[in-house]
Design a protein around this ligand. Structure first.
Ligand code: TYD
Length: 209
């Protein structure tokens, strides 16, 4: 499916790339236009998802790569079925922090599972649902790490991975964007957040017609 009536925007990028800031700026702007966007995220955009998020981000010790991929896919299946699809059917704009491209990048390239299998698993989970627009905030992992360090929050399981892992994730995101240029807007995330927000707004304005 593409959005039946609403507009579905996902924001992707590595840890520390500024997704949350951009999601908030986009939400504020849409509200100022009189819209009521739904802001959500994966993992953890539903009640069941909050439980899954706790496992994938905070479980002490290893989780087998395929189990990790299935947990993200389970979160996605429930989130799309119970939160995203109903919102799009109502005609809402959905702003979503991470979606299946994160699985392909993190579980595929990061954990070295087969990228096509990971993508197919997510597509099965979400009954083929793809966003209208995916904003990729692209940032060098070393710069992202400096941002995370200065945020002074404990790292979750994925953030704690080595720089090499995050480099593979970055490359995978860029590969996905190159393969689907119609869906992706790639932005240099080292730029000023307000300049980035303006670029996102211009694209969203065009899509909203
Ligand atoms: P994120 O929303 O960036 O967490 P934070 O609250 O720290 O900003 O995402 C949590 C982590 O989950 C992030 O490191 C990427 C990872 N992730 C995957 O590995 N696969 C996925 O499919 C998704 C959605 C996220």
């Amino acid at each position: 499916m593409s959005a039946a009536r609403g507009l579905w925007i996902t924001i992707e990028g590595g840890d520390g790339s500024g997704k949350t800031t951009q999601a908030a700026l986009l939400e504020d702007w849409l509200r100022a236009q009189g819209r009521e966007p739904l802001r959500t995220r994966e993992p953890g955009g539903s009640e069941v998802g909050v439980l899954i998020r706790d496992i994938v981000l905070h479980h002490r010790g290893d989780i087998a790569p395929r189990a990790e991929a299935l947990l993200y896919a389970a979160d996605r299946a429930h989130h799309v079925a119970t939160v995203v699809r109903p919102a799009l059917d109502r005609g809402d704009v959905v702003i979503q922090d991470r979606y299946l491209d994160s699985s392909v990048a993190y579980q595929g390239a990061g954990r070295v599972l087969d990228a096509d299998q990971v993508r197919d698993l997510s597509l099965w989970a979400a009954e083929g649902a793809l966003p209208d627009l995916t904003v990729l905030l692209d940032l060098d992992p070393a710069a992202a790490r400096r941002r995370l360090d200065s945020a002074d929050k404990p790292f979750d399981r994925l953030e704690a991975e080595q720089e090499e892992f995050h480099q593979r994730v970055r490359d995978a995101f860029l590969g996905l964007a190159a393969a689907e240029p119609e869906r992706f807007l790639v932005i240099d995330a080292a730029r000023d957040p307000h300049a980035i927000a303006a670029e996102v707004r211009a694209k969203v304005t065009a899509l909203l017609g």
